[in-house]
Design a protein around this ligand. Sequence first.
Ligand code: AMP
Ligand code: MG
Length: 485
Amino acid sequence: MNYSYNWRLENSYAHLPEHFFTRINPTPVSKPRLILFNADLAKFLGIDLPIDDKDTLAQLFSGNKLPDDAKPIAQAYAGHQFGHFSILGDGRAHLIGEQVTPDDRRFDIQLKGSGPTPYSRGGDGRAALAPMLREYLISEAMHALNIASTRSLAVVSTGESVMRASVLDGAILTRVASSHLRVGTFEYAKATQGLEELKQLADYAIARHYPELNDHENPYLGLLNAVIEKQAKLVAAWMHVGFIHGVMNTDNMTISGETIDYGPCAFMDIFSMGAVFSSIDSRGRYKYGSQAHAAQWNLSRLADSLLPLLDKDADKAVKLAEVAIGGYSITFNEAWIKGMRCKLGLFGEEADDVSLIQGLLDWMQNSKADYTSTFRHLTQENTPENEIYNSMEFKKWHTLWKRRLTRNSKPLKASFCLMRESNPVIIPNNYYVEEVLVQAENANLKPFLSLLKALKNPFEETLSNQAYRNPAIRPDPNYQTFCGT
Ligand code: AMP
Ligand code: MG
């Protein structure tokens, strides 16, 4: 049978020097079964797949059968994991090719959980069903929240077991990304390759993501600044929706500015700057309130890696890198304040806006308020009846905020409109995410599909998301997420 289906697969990454990857096929699985398929995304990518032929899709998205032009590789990279440098690489993923869309955009098509590679370092190369469903759900939710993210095209169960703390069903996720170039790819080049290879990688990243930099007087400094800007804005966007990535290692930070690797991530329920859910992050290195700093630390690793390209004179190169990294905080703060003004319906800029925003966050932290619903409640002209809104501290803040709204350059109606566009009704709430995953593991996918549908339209109160706005749901204070599963 022919598995081409209008794929337009290219393999530009594999034109880099061979140390950047290994050619290797996915390991076939015994009984692939299609669990999820993202028909809208397939259409966007321009792949004309037989959506009713589940067996064919299962063969394709398990890696058992490959599209005609697929040339699978595992990518090499390194990374600082919780501050410690390691040589890594795709230990359980295969890049089968880059799909060129009808409008000539290029996306990596990667199978995750598709078998061991030379970079597996003792791992089994496989993934379990629930974590792959979780990545599908949360990455698609992020996309719907207008936050740059890798996407999910399919989940296939393998019919094989994977050994974790218990025996679990195996699965493969098809991930779609602008690219899988990471900060860690540059660290790998710097640590193991020569200047020429580093330059080739940087030129490739520029051509793929920032082609406008070709005219820049120092394209490599331009690349560093461009990634700094993208990541500063990305992390600000995470902060606005209460997203905690959970494992912001440099191998999990993209050059494109997309969120990647949904392992131990979670959305904050009760507001706390110290919120951390990841079981392996006992010291809170990647807690909610540390994400901006963690990103800057990672970007400094990118700057380190690019130093030899920034200037022939090492001292000058360091100076250029320092100025670039210094720019991160400015861009992050601007993006953060801009987004918070939108969340509170503030037009124009007043000097006291930051303390007004901080005042609300302090109150939320002290009162253990739910992050998403507090902002959504503020979008209603009258704050709902709820004990916590009766406190003096909240009333004082509310009066200040209302006064600030009267000084807006636009009418009150415009503020509420802006707030409704900026504050989601629904995010992947931990309680519901866990509930639907448990059901899915027990062969009942219906609740998962219902939550997935609700998350497609996060800024509107719809019938599909009504069930997930239940104020009676109280978060589990011991909730933990896990990675690498
Ligand atoms: P992550 O924590 O998912 O970002 O993964 C960190 C590194 O561990 C990457 O190099 C992965 O490819 C590798 N890895 C994670 N899980 C496995 C596994 N089950 N088998 C082989 N390699 C893995
Ligand atoms: Mg990773």
